[in-house]
Design a protein around this ligand. Structure first.
Ligand SMILES: *Cc1c(COP(=O)(O)O)cnc(C)c1O
Length: 381
C-alpha cells in the first residue's frame, strides 16, 4: 500500500463542481485582478474570523512582511519569534530589514515558550511573532500580557492553523494582525500561491491595501509600494473551499485521534500534545523519536514501506547553512527544545481525504518500527 502525504487532487474531485463554478464565474467576468471575486472572498474570510478586515496578498510571506511595514517595523527594530518554524517566519522579518530574535519553543507544543520572551526584550523590541505551529495555537494569553506590559505589537503567523482555537481565545482576538498562507498544502490552500492579512485595525488594513497595489488606492495616484495581490481565480477557489474548512479540520482531528490511540504504546516515540480546552487543527501530525539518532531510521522505515512521511522542520532557522547571511539576528538564550524538535521530528501523512485503511497501515508500520527498535535496544542491553 502507498500512503501519500497530501490529498490535493482528491480534495478537488470531492468539490469539483463548486470550485469549477467559481473559476468559471471569474473567467466570464473578465475581472481577474482586484475584481469582485477577491472582494467576496475577503468579506467571507473576515467574517469567518469574526473580524473586520481581510486583505488578500500574493503569499503568506508577503502577508507577514507587509504587516511589519504597515506597523512601521524596520531597520533597528527587533521581532521575537522561535527558530523551529518554516523559514518564511524569519525571512519576512529580514525582508522588512528588522532583526529576528530567536527564543526557545515550549517542549510540549513546540510553539514559542512565553516564559522565554521577557528575558529577550530590549528597548529595540517592537513585535512578538508567535507561530501557531502544526495547527496548534501558541499561548496567546501569556503572549498578550507580555506585549501589553512592554508595549509591543503581536503578529500571529497563522499559516498553519486556520480554524484552530486556543484555550479561551480565538485567533485574532489577542493580536494586532493575523497572517495566513494559501499555498496548496496549507489547511485552506489554492492551486498555487496566496495569502491574507486579517485584522480589526483600520490602519493596517488601509496601508496593506495600498502597499499590495503599487502604493495606490486611487486610480493613477501612487506612493511607494509593491505588487502582491491575490488573484481572483485563487479567491474563487478559496471561497469554495472556505465553506468546507471546518469539516476538513474535523477530519484531520479524527485522523490524529486515530493515530494517537493507535500509537499510544509506542515506547520510542513522543506523540503530539494538544492543549486542553483548545482546538488543534493538525496541519501536520508530528511525532518525535525519543532520541535524535533514531529519527532517520523511522523516516527510512516508513518511506521504504510506501508511506510518504516527512520532517517539519529538520533544520531550524539558526541551523541553516550560512545563517544569518549578513542579516540581523540575535539568540539571547539556549534553544534546547527547538534543537530537539528539529532533530527528532517525523510528520506522518495528514490530510482530510485519508482513509481508515491508510491511517491504520501507517500505525501498523510505525508500531513495527517501534517494536524492532525496542528489541534491538534490549539486545544491546
Ligand atoms: C507556509 C508558511 C509561511 C509562508 O507562506 P508562503 O505562502 O509559502 O509564503 C509562513 N509561515 C509559516 C509558519 C508557514 O508554514
Amino acid at each position: 500500500m502507498k500512503v501519500p502525504f497530501y490529498g490535493h487532487v482528491k480534495q478537488y474531485h470531492n468539490i469539483k463542481s463548486e470550485i469549477d463554478a467559481n473559476i468559471h464565474e471569474v473567467l466570464e467576468s473578465g475581472q481577474y485582478v482586484m475584481g469582485p471575486m477577491l472582494k467576496r472572498f475577503e468579506q467571507e474570510l473576515a467574517a469567518y474570523h469574526g473580524m473586520k478586515y481581510a486583505v488578500g496578498v500574493g503569499n503568506g510571506t508577503d502577508a507577514l512582511w507587509l504587516t511589519f511595514m504597515a506597523l512601521g517595523i524596520g531597520p533597528g527594530d527587533e521581532c521575537i519569534t522561535h527558530p523551529n518554524t518554516f523559514f518564511a517566519t524569519a525571512e519576512a522579518i529580514w525582508i522588512a530589514d528588522a532583526t529576528a530574535v530567536f527564543v526557545d519553543s515550549d517542549p510540549k507544543t513546540n510553539c514559542i515558550d512565553p516564559a522565554r520572551i521577557e528575558a529577550a526584550i530590549t528597548p529595540r523590541t517592537k513585535a512578538l511573532v508567535p507561530v501557531h505551529l502544526y495547527g496548534q495555537c501558541a499561548d496567546m494569553k501569556a503572549i498578550r500580557k507580555i506585549a501589553d506590559k512592554h508595549k509591543l505589537v503581536v503578529i500571529e503567523d497563522n499559516a498553519q492553523a486556520i480554524g484552530a482555537r486556543g484555550d479561551g481565545f480565538k485567533i485574532g482576538e489577542l493580536s494586532d494582525a493575523v497572517c495566513t498562507s494559501f499555498i496548496t498544502q496549507k489547511n485552506l490552500g489554492t492551486f498555487g500561491d496566496g495569502g491574507a492579512v486579517i485584522t480589526n485595525n483600520d490602519k493596517i488594513d488601509g496601508v496593506i491595501r495600498k502597499l499590495r497595489n503599487h502604493g495606490s488606492d486611487k486610480r493613477s495616484c501612487h506612493s511607494m509600494g509593491y505588487n502582491s495581490r491575490l488573484d481572483d481565480i485563487h479567491a474563487g477557489v478559496l471561497s469554495a473551499k472556505l465553506k468546507h474548512i471546518d469539516e476538513w479540520n474535523d477530519l484531520r482531528r479524527t485522523w490524529s485521534a486515530r493515530y494517537s490511540a493507535g500509537l499510544e504504546n509506542a515506547r520510542n516515540l513522543t506523540l503530539p500534545y494538544e492543549v486542553p480546552g483548545s482546538r488543534h487543527v493538525f496541519h501536520l501530525y508530528v511525532v518525535e523519536t525519543k532520541h535524535p539518532e533514531h529519527r532517520d531510521a523511522l523516516l527510512d522505515f516508513l518511506n521504504h514501506d510506501g508511506i510518504d512521511a516527512k520532517c517539519h522542520y529538520p533544520i531550524a532557522i539558526h541551523q541553516q547553512e550560512g545563517y544569518p547571511w549578513g542579516k540581523q539576528a540575535r539568540i539571547p538564550g539556549p534553544l534546547h527544545n527547538s534543537d530537539r524538535n528539529a532533530a527528532c521530528c517525523v510528520s506522518l501523512p495528514m490530510f482530510p481525504e485519508l482513509t481508515e485503511k491508510e491511517v491504520d497501515f501507517v500505525i501498523e508500520k510505525t508500531l513495527a518500527w517501534d517494536k524492532s527498535l525496542g528489541e534491538a535496544l534490549k539486545a544491546v542491553g
